[in-house]
Design a protein around this ligand. Structure first.
Ligand code: PBG
Length: 327
């Protein structure tokens, strides 16, 4: 031991002391709770690969938003599973669709809840890709960028008309944030914010979500639009572009395997940073917890704290409502 003796354990001795010197705080107001909205009257279907997560009809989704807000989680992000699908996902801009109805139901019952909507096409197209398909010059089929942008604007406007506070494009088309920002402004929705899925990776951790949202691609994969997991510098270029185009908040997704990216984005940019603790990350904790192999609650708190420590201001997590009472 050197003199004077350095003994870090002095500050770990009691819970009160540990709480005094704790560097990272986690509060229910940092959490955003994802909800899956389905057609029908009184639906509450548990998702097999996501215990504790349900496909909910409109009023049941509003009930769930109320229950989350009762424990301090005051924002939700909505995903819609439509009645009918077609090649372009036209049901996504129907003002009578499940998402506009769920927005209105939540706002009617508790206007202060922050309602965010996922803006994408994979749940609405019959092929499960995130936009309009076409042929490239080499003859292969792919999602066409610019025709998709026009439709994204229609979907975002539909959500804004219903009263969404923020729209969250998750498709990874180039130029979508600018197109949506311009479309919102021109239609008089200057107050509707854009939360951009700025650095979204082509990840294996979305598997359970695709069961919940019925959005798995019917052929191929999403690697021509979502990012390669190997790339971190590219994430910074994507985030810079989205901020230039008018993003109010930027997101990194998934969270756990990309904490270095969260940190790099936090260090480089000044806008609020969100991270998506995705379905596969949730399912892993649930599965191991059920088997008795880990203490799920402690593991969830550790994971969420780590995502905050890496620099995320906001965390989208399926654990939000369940964990909030323990924060
Ligand atoms: C696309 C979208 C996906 C997720 C959120 N928005 C799936 C995908 O890109 O295939 C995944 C979220 C999760 O896994 O929890 N609309």
């Amino acid at each position: 031991m050197t003199f004077p003796e350095t003994r870090p354990r002095r500050l770990r001795r009691t819970e009160a002391i540990r709480a005094m010197v704790r560097e990272t705080r986690l509060s229910p107001s940092n959490l955003i709770y994802p909800l899956f909205v389905v057609p029908g009257g009184d639906v509450r279907n548990e998702v097999g690969s996501m215990p504790g997560v349900f496909q909910l009809s409109v009023e049941r989704a509003a009930d769930e938003a109320m229950a989350a807000s009762d424990v301090g989680v005051r924002s939700v992000i909505l995903f819609g599973i439509p009645e009918s699908k077609d090649a372009v996902g036209s049901s996504s801009w129907d003002d009578g669709g499940v998402i506009p109805r769920a927005i209105r139901a939540i706002k009617r019952r508790r206007p202060e809840i922050v309602v965010i909507t996922d803006v994408c096409f994979c749940e609405y197209t019959d092929h499960g890709h995130c936009g309009v398909l076409g042929e490239r010059r080499d003859g292969t089929r792919d999602v066409l960028n610019d025709p998709t942008l026009a439709n994204l604007v229609k979907q975002a406007l539909c959500h804004a008309r219903a009263g969404a506070d923020m729209v969250a494009p998750s498709d990874m088309m180039d130029g979508r944030v600018g197109a949506i920002r311009r479309g919102l402004d021109e239609a008089g929705f200057a107050d509707t914010a854009v939360l951009a899925y700025a650095a979204k990776y082509a990840s294996a951790f979305y598997g359970p979500f695709r069961d919940a949202a019925d959005s798995a691609p019917s052929f191929g994969d999403r690697r021509s639009y979502q990012m390669d997991p190997a790339n971190a510098r590219e994430a910074l270029r994507e985030v810079a572009l989205d901020i230039e185009e008018g993003a109010d908040i930027v997101m990194v997704k998934p969270a756990l395997a990309y904490l270095d990216v969260v940190r790099a984005v936090r260090d480089r940019f000044d806008v609020p940073v969100a991270a998506y603790n995705v379905s596969g990350e949730y399912a892993m904790l649930k599965a191991a917890g059920k088997l008795g192999w880990i203490d799920e609650r402690r593991a969830a708190l550790e994971v969420l704290t780590a995502i905050r420590r890496a620099g995320a201001d906001l965390i989208l997590t399926y654990h939000a409502k369940e964990i909030a009472p323990f924060l």
